[in-house]
Design a protein around this ligand. Structure first.
Ligand SMILES: [Zn+2]
Length: 420
């Protein structure tokens, strides 16, 4: 019997083509080894049939700042510009211990909510990386770069990002690079960030056109919108995961859609009063749309069920079209689209040989609809998550295991002590 192996018996399985089938699933060494009738043994056996569980691909959160969990509820009611003033005052006093413990709480919330992987956007990613490892989790940790005169980081952000990429040895961690935004990063800083991405073959993520203020300010300064300006220098390219993209004109929609991936954060965009991004248009033009929660300071949850539902409905109401974005589209955004960007050629979804990132949903009374995908997008919530398996590890099954439970309790105590 393979160490750490998991056998899911008699699950309803949501296959790649969104058909449902009855099958067993065997997981070994981080991958789905077999789907079908399986008589073998495994270290952990889950009797999905008896519990009425559906196996679906794990949800992927493509935009978060998980170490901001202590700010939940503390900066509500602010627009982005004032919000950033408050949060950078918090950042200036932050410590690696605080970042580590905050990240533990963020990770716990994501695991609990059926999120199997995420993109984090922050400084101090060494501490987040330790939290990812201590929780047996996985993550794409993008060290943020911005100009030296605009950062609260100690030292030069570009050198910090490079050191993190070179030195990270934590299990489950894939380093990336993030750029705060055109309002905080010069052309030279952005060029250096892309230089690192090329050198180490990493992806880049960046807040782009989040508010009207950002776009107007950039236009006044350079005579171009942020996307036109970034495009002119070749920064809108295949490596980029563009976050927000709320304020785009027709030409910019084309520029972003031709290049690739967008992280749609509907709750954060609503809560900060930023606006509604033209997701329908970008999706139509072939952009790879994904979902992000943003931080709990501007959300206040790490819950992709909410993002899928709100994100879909917002596009429908914006366009007066009940089919602008369908449940099937939204589910694809939260799973396969994000996986295709992050894992490039690695297989994803519930099929043999794919990465074992699986969520088991309990079909409670709120999920008794006729179509599982519509149930997931319109009716499900985190209370339906019975188990979360990320990178082939069972991290949650109707509760955390004893070891992870202790790590979470310690972090919760640390954060509540720090508030006194
Ligand atoms: Zn953000």
């Amino acid at each position: 019997m393979e160490e750490g192996s998991i056998l899911i018996k008699g699950a309803k399985v949501l296959l790649e083509d969104l058909r449902e089938a009855d099958a067993d699933i065997l997981i070994e060494n981080g991958h789905i080894i077999k789907i079908g009738k399986i008589n073998g043994k495994a270290e952990t056996v889950i009797n999905a049939k008896a519990e009425g569980l559906v196996a679906v691909p794990g949800l992927i959160n493509t935009h978060a700042h998980i170490a901001m969990s202590p700010l939940k509820g503390m900066v509500d009611g602010l627009g982005l510009e004032n919000f950033l003033k408050e949060t950078s005052a918090f950042d200036a006093k932050n410590s690696p211990d605080m970042i580590y413990n905050s990240a533990i709480l963020g990770i716990a919330e994501m695991i609990r909510n059926g999120i199997t992987d995420f993109v984090d956007f922050y400084y101090g990613e060494d501490a987040v990386a330790k939290a990812v490892e201590d929780m047996d989790y996985q993550g794409n940790l993008a060290w943020v770069v911005l100009d030296n005169d605009k950062t609260t980081q100690k030292g030069d952000p570009i050198s910090n990002a490079e050191r993190f990429i070179r030195s990270n040895k934590r299990n489950g961690v894939n380093p990336m690079i993030s750029i705060q935004g055109v309002y905080a990063a010069s052309k030279e800083t952005i060029e250096s960030a892309y230089g690192l991405a090329e050198e180490y073959d990493k992806n880049v993520t960046m807040h782009i056109a989040e508010t009207k203020f950002e776009v107007d300010e950039h236009k006044n300064k350079y005579g171009m919108t942020p996307v036109e300006w970034l495009h002119k220098y070749g920064f809108i390219n295949k490596r980029l995961l563009a976050v927000h993209c709320v304020w785009l004109n027709k030409k910019e929609i084309g520029m972003i859609s031709d290049s690739g991936a967008v992280s749609y954060n509907p709750t954060s965009n609503m809560k900060l009063g930023s606006g509604i991004p033209p997701i329908y248009e970008m999706h139509e033009r072939g952009a790879r749309i994904t979902f992000g929660t943003d931080s709990v300071a501007s959300n206040n949850s790490l819950d992709l069920f909410e993002e899928m539902k709100y994100g879909t409905l917002l596009q429908c109401v914006r366009l007066n079209d009940p089919n602008a974005i369908t449940a099937k589209d939204a589910f694809g955004f939260a799973t396969l689209n994000a996986a295709n960007f992050l894992y490039r050629k690695m297989d994803y979804g519930i099929k043999e040989g794919a990465k074992a990132d699986i969520v088991l949903l309990r079909k409670s009374v709120n999920m008794a609809g006729s179509n599982i995908v519509n149930d997931i997008v319109y009716s499900a919530n985190p209370s339906n998550v019975a188990a979360t398996i990320a990178n082939g590890k069972l991290l949650y099954k109707d509760g955390f295991n004893e070891r992870i439970g202790k790590v979470i309790n310690r972090a919760s105590r640390y954060i509540s002590e720090s508030r006194k």
